[in-house]
Every structure is written in structure tokens, then in C-alpha cells.
Design a protein around this ligand. Sequence first.
Ligand code: HEC
Ligand code: HEC
Length: 258
Amino acid sequence: MSYSAVEWAGENGWVKNTFWKSRRAGAWVSAGALALLPLATGAATPAKIEDTLAARLAACSACHGAQGRAAPDGYHPRIAGKPAAYVYHQLLNFREGRRAYGPMAALVAGLPDAYLREMAEHYAALELPYAAPPPARADAATLARGRQLALQGDAGRQLPACSSCHGPALTGRLPATPGLLGLPRDYLNAQLGAWRQGQRGAHAPDCMATIARQLSPEDLGAVTAWLASQPVPAGARVAAAPGPGEVLPMQCGSAVAP
Ligand code: HEC
Ligand code: HEC
């Protein structure tokens, strides 16, 4: 694996840090954040749980930005305001090896379910504004194709609309499907690529693995270009859970609450 050093200055004047970006996997390792890892193994006595939670959340901000609003580097994803059950699933996925990113796995290793749930609920409850999206870096035909896939799908390629599961406005759907807006394109590409290659998994049946493999490389690029260029509607809310009798176009083990 080859590494390149990337200088990154965090928000709010946070100390300049050196990240090593793995060119192959698009994964990031932060020397500064690794220094915080002992927090994850520190003994937590029940009486001090508040303090310990605050300390752990400070470690999260080092990579995910203040209050989990995403880092300005175009990769570290926002976690604030995502459905609690989705965030909880991801913490389980890192702990149990369905998602592979060393520093995240180290941070949550050995933490009990209840603690992960508490962190997930903390982030889910945050209602914070989103930054405006960067200008689209794709031509009009590509963006039109991306929009079509996101909102209508492509029956010929057995691709349901992303919005059929991620909510009509793509702002997520309860209990556990995340929104697709407000995420950097590099992050979206990396996640869909990881699913295609078996490096990201979710609770079975893993509908996203099927969808990511069904997308051609061109369609994958088109849908992420369009998604990353869309503003998050002001006052956006996660859509209500599917009603009784309403079925998703595919079964997803991760779309239900844990
Ligand atoms: C060393 C930097 C780093 C630290 C510290 C860190 N994260 Fe992460 N986190 C990442 C990266 C990078 C990803 C995306 C990994 C990937 O490519 O799958 C990620 C992904 C996530 C995701 C999945 C996001 C999504 O939309 O699927 C959640 C949830 C998360 N982190 C929560 C946390 C919490 C909670 C903490 C603090 C306990 C934390 N992270 C600390 C780097 C970090
Ligand atoms: C059949 C339902 C379904 C459809 C259709 C669907 N998704 Fe998903 N998607 C999910 C679920 C459920 C998750 C959460 C998986 C998990 O827990 O890791 C998810 C997660 C994701 C994520 C991870 C987000 C993050 O923050 O890391 C991306 C990216 C994604 N989907 C993109 C898409 C795109 C693009 C489309 C359309 C081409 C699409 N999805 C269509 C159900 C669906």
C-alpha cells in the first residue's frame, strides 16, 4: 500500500495535522487522532460516564468536525443528524469488521452496545445547518443521468430509485436509512466502491452491495456527481418509516431498527 502525506488544517484553527492517505482504499489515518485512541480503552466507572462520553465525543470531532458536522477535507463524513439507528449500525459495523477503517475500529473496539447507542443518539439529535454544496464537476448529461437514477431508477438495469429507500427528498428515512445529501462526492464514491469490492458490508440481506454492483462505473459516477451537487433543503427532516404494508423495492437487513 502506498501512502502520501497530506497536510490538513482542521477547522477552528485546530492544530495542523498530517494525514496519510491510502491511495488504494481512500482510507485516512490521522497521527493526531491516534494519540486520542487511549480514550477508547480508558476505564469508565458508571459515576463518570458523562465526562467520559464528552471526552470520547471530543475525539470524534477531531476527524468529523465540530459537533460531527463533517471535516472540510472533503472526505470525513458528517454524522450529525443521521438516523440514530443508522449511526448505531455503523458503530457496530466498525466494531464487528463489516466496515474496514482501522482508527474507527480501534475507537469502538470493546465498547458495549449501550455506549455505542448513546453516542449514536447524541449525534442523531443534533440539528445543525449544512454548508452549501460545491459546484457540480460534471457535464449536464451526466448530471441528468445521475438525477434520473436517484429519483426514478432504471428498471432496465434493475436499479430502484435511490429515493425509494433514502426518502422522497433523499434526506433519509426512519428508522435506519441515511440521507444521501450533504455528503462529499469522494466519500460517496468511496462507500459505493467499497460495497462493490466487498470492503463495506451491512446487516444481511445487504441491499446496498447488490445496488452498488448493479451500477456501471459511469452510472456510479453520475449519481454521486448529482447527489454531491444538491443542497440539503432548509429544515430537512428524515422521512417517516414505511407504513404498514409499504414495502421497500428490495429487502435490506440494515433498514430496520437494531
Ligand atoms: C481518525 C479519524 C476518526 C476519528 C477519531 C473518528 N472517526 Fe468516525 N470515521 C472516520 C472515517 C475516515 C470514516 C469513514 C470510513 C470509511 O471510509 O468507511 C468514519 C466513519 C464514521 C461513521 C459512519 C458515517 C456514515 O455516514 O456511514 C460514523 C457513524 C462515525 N465515523 C462515528 C464516529 C464517532 C462516534 C467517533 C468518536 C467515537 C469517530 N467516528 C471518530 C474517521 C474518524
Ligand atoms: C432497497 C433500499 C435502498 C435503495 C434502493 C438504495 N439504498 Fe442506499 N442504503 C440503503 C440502506 C438500508 C443503507 C444503510 C446501510 C448500512 O446500514 O450500512 C444505505 C446506505 C447507503 C449509503 C451509505 C451512506 C453513508 O453515509 O455512508 C450510500 C452512499 C448509498 N446508500 C447510496 C445509494 C444510492 C446512490 C442509491 C441509488 C442508486 C441507493 N443507495 C439506493 C438502502 C437503499
